[in-house]
Design a protein around this ligand. Structure first.
Ligand code: 5GP
Ligand code: ZN
Length: 114
């Protein structure tokens, strides 16, 4: 999928509304529509890459910025415990093919994941 048809690119451009938590030079963070924890924020790179592996290969600076911003949000909203999830590929429940980190915090998180 190209950036043109991508819902997360449309959130970056402002074409689709979202509850924005933060923006940086490289990233936008917004609350998930269907939260799975008291804090459930998606941190995405502004540039369209389908997953974290392709972002890391294409743009190390944006990858580091994404991880740093995820930590910032988790620290601000949580008690220091949080989970970062990158569902990668359809069999791993990736449904939006624009790289995104799920930042989950605010409750005890079970293991193993489903
Ligand atoms: P995935 O399953 O690809 O790892 O996660 C995609 C996430 O995006 C899901 O948790 C879903 O609830 C969220 N999502 C999908 N569409 C939208 C949207 O238009 N706005 C927001 N805020 N979240 C969305
Ligand atoms: Zn996109």
């Amino acid at each position: 999928m190209s950036g043109e048809d991508c819902i997360f690119c449309k959130i970056v451009s402002g074409e689709i509304p979202a509850e924005i938590v933060s923006t940086t030079d490289h990233t936008v963070a917004f609350r998930d529509l269907d939260p799975q924890a008291p804090t459930h924020v998606l941190v995405i790179p502004k540039r369209h890459e389908p997953d974290i592996g392709s972002l890391a290969a294409a743009d190390p600076d944006a990858t580091i910025a994404l991880l740093a911003e995820a930590r910032q949000i988790a620290t601000k909203e949580g008690n220091g415990s949080y989970r970062l999830v990158f569902n990668t590929g359809a069999d791993a429940h990736q449904t939006v093919f624009h790289c995104h980190a799920h930042v989950l915090a605010g409750r005890e998180l079970g293991w193993p994941p489903g």
